[in-house]
Design a protein around this ligand. Structure first.
Ligand SMILES: Cc1ncc(COP(=O)(O)O)c(C=O)c1O
Length: 347
């Protein structure tokens, strides 16, 4: 008899993007920000009182909560903060899905969602994207929870907030809108989360991308008090450590810094897109800090991925029918983009 639960034994587990360490590498594979976080983060860390780490952190992250609430014009009770948005995703699958329930998401999308269904030992229900990789609206009874990544990954495409608003109105379960890349998009769905009549929609953000803080774990979601209260009930007592709370707060209080980095990334994204298109690549209009690009006919995305990798340029390749002829390339600095373009030309 195995000591391990059957469903755990049967699953492979999530495989995160590679985290290589070469001094000369160009790392464009996990959608991190190429620029450092706000200098205020540095100040907080420099002034941090290491002796105070003997004390537990604030279990309900009150200061962080009220700062996020002020940012989005809602009450602190409508804000939940997690150890990365990955933790929030995991808690959502535990709080809102019965043991015979279902979790819906698009196919393809962020590959963690299907793994979370396996961890919960419930049915994951992928809903296929259209042939042009845009998101169709799922049926109202598709699943108990539906996770709608907007902009979607790895496609980089955004669905209009009106489409999500219509879906939120009819959907019978909890809709979690994962806006990990929302700061890079022209619009967002936060108004759905804070609307007074909203009972079923959560909008989630992370500091990992636009705020350049993937190295600390800090995500949050906004929505109806009842749903947020359920997440508060089942979280670990001290899910946000003291440093993450202090650093996250400093970053959130310096929006100008984040916006300046975002603008630089968007300018580089447009340059990268235009140059690849000139070379015959198909590059959809991205609403994110990455592009999902198909090389010209006769060139294999997988071969280019491997060739780049040999030269310590890391991008992401997802085998599969919809994704296998494309590369997901994070937008880096201008110098990194120049190197990528030069090596692609050689290859
Ligand atoms: C769509 C999406 N959601 C969530 C995450 C995880 O974010 P975090 O670093 O806050 O756990 C990622 C990370 O790549 C992502 O792509």
């Amino acid at each position: 008899m195995s000591l391990i639960c059957r469903h755990v034994e049967a699953m492979d587990g999530y495989v995160p993007g590679e985290q290589p360490h070469f001094p000369d590498m160009v790392k464009l594979n996990t959608n991190e920000n190429p620029y450092p976080p706000s200098p205020r983060v540095g100040e907080v860390l420099a002034k941090a009182d290491w002796k105070a780490l003997r004390l537990y952190p604030d279990p309900v992250f009150a200061k962080v909560r009220s700062t996020i609430a002020a940012l989005h014009g809602c009450r602190p009770e409508q804000v939940f903060v997690g150890n990365g948005s990955d933790e929030i995703l995991s808690l959502v699958t535990r709080a809102f899905v019965e043991s015979d329930g279902t979790i819906g998401y698009f196919d393809p999308t962020y590959s963690l969602y299907s793994v979370l269904a396996q961890i919960r030992d419930v049915k994951g229900k992928p809903f296929a994207l259209r042939a042009d990789m845009t998101c169709p609206t799922p049926p109202a009874d598709w699943s108990d929870v539906f996770i709608w990544t907007n902009p979607n990954a790895p496609t980089s495409l955004m669905a209009a907030p009106a489409q999500l608003a219509d879906f939120a109105r009819t959907f019978k379960g909890v809709l979690l809108i994962d806006e990990a890349y929302g700061d890079f998009a022209p619009t967002d769905c936060m108004a759905l989360a804070t609307a007074p009549d909203n009972a079923n929609t959560l909008v989630m953000r992370t500091l990992s991308k636009s705020f350049s803080l993937a190295g600390i774990r800090f995500g949050y979601c906004v929505g109806p008090e009842a749903l947020i209260g359920a997440l508060m009930k089942i979280k670990d007592s001290y899910n946000m450590d003291a440093l993450a709370q202090a650093v996250g707060l400093a970053a959130l209080e310096d929006l100008d810094w984040m916006h300046a980095n975002r603008d630089r990334i968007l300018a580089t994204r447009e340059r990268l897109t235009a140059e690849l298109r000139k070379r015959g690549w198909d590059v959809p209009d991205s609403a994110s800090n990455f592009i999902f690009a198909e090389p010209p006919a006769g060139q294999s995305a997988e071969a280019l991925f491997l060739g780049l990798r040999e030269r310590h340029i890391f991008v992401r390749y997802f085998p599969g029918p919809v994704t296998g002829n494309r590369l997901r390339i994070t937008v880096g600095t201008d110098a990194e983009t120049d190197r990528l373009l030069a090596v692609l030309q050689d290859l």
